[in-house]
Write a protein of this length. Structure first.
Length: 294
């Protein structure tokens, strides 16, 4: 019965995905790649001594707004990130990837919804800067600042430390899953491999492996800082993407470590661009085989 429900939901999703969600998703992957690519490039410039800085996704969005045609670029980034958020919602609620309704499937689908919320927040942040209010617009300041303020609020309540610790464990789990996807090259089952030239397949896989594994390391470190905040009941221990990169840079051999992670984030951006162009959006039934790559 559960399988029949999943198949029915997938069939409904197919009629919707084919027209509007696919376009939104492709635009979303493109926008996400631009943001992460800029974070990586700025960090790599700092590591290699050619300028740059360590910043998170919100810092990268601000940087985009300061460039030529910045306002237009921000509007396009905002639309793209909203498209990505919409795609994640479709993945979570319509189960177009066939994750199913068992515990593991529901956890993955809940992760899609959480990703939708995060990227919708980034979209509103970009839009608020484009509208000239400096990025306030309900989106808050830097990602690390927002995380710390929310953590402080949670820690002020009874049992808050346990919730923050749970958030840390979940974040570490997300990082491990990202690392696994990269290590096992799981992502290629969603690609239209037959439409890619051999060089595109080779470098796409290399970028995906390196990028996902690097992003997994970053998420894992974020989770560790959440655990420290829970153990010490100190919200200042929480760090966003920019804070994690700064922490890496401050370690022994930090320049080399930062350079490796920065290049990994650039590789993740390339992976997002490949997703935007070659990802297969055909609906799969729950537990079924991957879509045929024609």
């Amino acid at each position: 019965m559960r399988g029949e429900v999943a198949r029915a939901r997938a069939a409904i999703g197919g009629r919707e995905v084919a027209k509007w969600v696919e376009r939104l998703a492709r635009l979303g992957y493109l926008a996400k790649g631009i943001v992460y690519g800029l974070v990586g490039v700025l960090a790599a410039q700092l590591a290699f001594g050619t300028g740059g800085e360590v910043t998170g996704t919100r810092g990268a969005i601000r940087e985009i707004g300061e460039g030529t045609f910045g306002q237009l670029a921000l509007v396009l980034i905002a639309l793209g990130l909203l498209g990505y958020a919409a795609w994640r919602l479709v993945q979570g609620f319509l189960d177009v990837d066939g994750k199913g309704d068992d515990a593991e499937g529901l956890i993955k689908r809940a992760g899609y919804v959480g990703s939708a919320v995060i990227h919708a927040s980034l979209a509103f942040f970009a839009a608020s800067i484009a509208l000239g209010d400096g990025g306030s617009g309900g989106a808050g300041g830097g990602g690390g600042d927002r995380a710390r303020s929310m953590t402080a609020e949670i820690l002020s309540h009874t049992g808050g430390a346990w919730l923050v610790g749970l958030a840390g464990l979940i974040t570490i789990g997300v990082g491990l899953y990202q690392f696994y996807l990269g290590y096992e090259v799981e992502f290629t089952r969603h690609w239209k491999m037959g439409e890619m030239r051999p060089a595109q397949r080779t470098w796409g896989v290399r970028a995906g492996r390196f990028g996902l594994m690097a992003r997994g390391v970053v998420f894992g470190l974020m989770g560790v800082f959440f655990l420290q905040a829970a153990r010490q009941s100190d919200a200042s221990e929480v760090k966003g993407l920019g804070g994690v990169l700064a922490e890496i840079a401050s370690q022994g051999y930090g320049t080399w470590l930062l350079g490796i992670v920065a290049l990994g984030l650039v590789a993740y951006a390339v992976y997002c661009f490949v997703q935007a162009r070659y990802r297969h959006f055909q609906v799969r039934t729950s537990g079924g085989p991957p879509p045929v790559q024609a």
